[in-house]
Design a protein around this ligand. Sequence first.
Ligand code: CUO
Length: 688
Amino acid sequence: MNTDLKALELLFQRPLEPVFTTRDNGKTVFDLPESVYTDRYRNNSEEVSNRFSQNVETRIPIREVARKPNLEFADKLGRKQQFSLFITKHKEIASQLIQLYLDAPNLQQFVALAAYTKDRVNPVLFQYSYAVAIAHRPDTRTVPIPNISQVFPSNFIEPSVLQDARQEASVIAKSGNRSVLEIPANYTASDREDEQHLAYFREDIGVNSHHWHWHLVYPASGPMEVVNKDRRGELFYYMHHQLLARYNVERFCNRLKRTIPLSNLREAIPEGYFPKILSSINNRTYPARISRQQLSDVARPDGNIEISELERWRDRILAAIDQGYVEDTQGNRIPLDEVRGIDILGNIIEACNTLSVNNQFYGNLHNQGHTIISFAHDPDYRHLEDFGVMGDVTTAMRDPIFYRWHGFIDTIFNKHKALLPVYNNTQLGFEGINVTYVEARLGAPNARPNTLLTYWQRSSANLAAGLDFGPVEDENITATFRHLQNAPYTYTFNVTNSGPRRSGTCRIFICPKTDERNQPLRLEEQRLLAIEMDKFTVELMPGENTIRRESTDSSVAIPFERSFRAVGASYQPTAADDLARFRFCGCGWPQHLLLPKGKPEGMQFDLFVMISDYTQDAVQQLSNTPNDACSTAYSFCGLKDKLYPDKRTMGFPFDRRLPNDTLNELVGAFSNMAKTDITIKFNDRVIG
Ligand code: CUO
């Protein structure tokens, strides 16, 4: 075993404990040079090192750092302060730290540097920058990045459970005898609050962990080689657009209307949110936002933001969209065309300052919106409070305001898309391809076609890795929680190919047919609510073809084990291939939320399938190395170290206006498309 790789893996565990404590179920300790100890422990380094070396099986030697880095730049973020990827100053600090890690000349020096810096910078900043570096260094390809919900469990679950977990683990030594803890559902509000109907979606651990992983894979700042990924601006638009579509459809299932985009920052926000979760680094609860809170200009030690600035950036971006071009810093006009426009806008709006064509002029709209909202409760720091959940990518999706803010951001992108020409026949059609039959059917032997099923499920996850200062002998602390689940099903399509053998891309979406009041939706509304279910390449033989595809193979979702995988050595596969799959695998929509909830009496959707011409979809990859085993949720997360695998703009064909008024007319006009009605039935029972 390569001890350097092992050391890197263990540095993710127990994020708040000093680097000299034991890891790996108390089995392993680092052998550290004197210089790694911080001032607080340096005089006692022998004592602490002896204390933590008792009963360990393995000692991993860590080398001296060749050149001690100057970490003053990171001091601006206190060890107990919350770290946010939306705050410019924090992003800059992270970017420098990532650069430092990437510059380490070899694996040993990277390990030495990580061990040296770990206790000298903010712990969340460390975990983030360290994970980004591991994901991007060529020599750390096989190091698994644990799921964030297990490194910082308190950001994800109700804190009293953690208290019980610590108690249980310190009282009962053997994990087999410990009782299983239950994370309550619906603990943030009562049913007086309408928004609470969506708590199962917003507060889902898999949803929030996906969001963190997405931002880890596509950081908005950092060294160019980390930030500059193929179509990242477009993917920012598309992944968040899909989150919105899913959320709005989920609202229809619960008889709530679509979320109202937060286009007016000067109006009080009716939705309050009381998160009741703890920040891992200072043991304080995330601040709440009361109902009808007014937003204010932010003037805090970490930086100032004025609402009027955001309004100015918004107006400039909207004007650019109306004009059809943006201007770079030299005044050159860059057209917002059909192909590149959305990517340029994505980087401007998010904003990704390294890739924005004109940072100063178009500003930092989306990030600063998160920040202004996250400080609504204490804009001038008079109460010494940190940001609310909107300030943090691990927690933002819990708050109803996230969807209102992103709803607004999405309307800007949609405005650009709406100004592009309507898709024409050449773009939409595929000559000689006729989809003659579509169905989706549950696996049960006599299941009726096109009736799908959702229900509650109780599952468990191991929280041990993130429980700092917890017991070490047997790190198994299991907590169970309730989440939505769907019964696996199979799609079957019949396709007649009246031409030669060729390839196509099969694109599957579901669209709601009606809104919360059961009013039918127009195609123009349906396309903005279309949920991508899957996308894959098919080989079409001349004549009849039958295509089958399992719902569990979806290109948007990752299986449950990857959303909640256990950390720690004993869980990790040893075969190189499996290990590769294990790593970087947290990005992807959770499979258990692949289908919207539906309704107990059944809710109707259109299941839409299109087979597009592969010659217009194919992407010539720059290298022919095999895809990373983890790159399965490529619709949302792309392929690791490769180009986005579909040349069409993301969301095709629903990203732009279509030539017909209804979905029926559309599929009637194009033989390479088909649809069928499906019903999603929700069974309000918990199945184990
Ligand atoms: Cu993901 Cu606003 O970009 O949270």
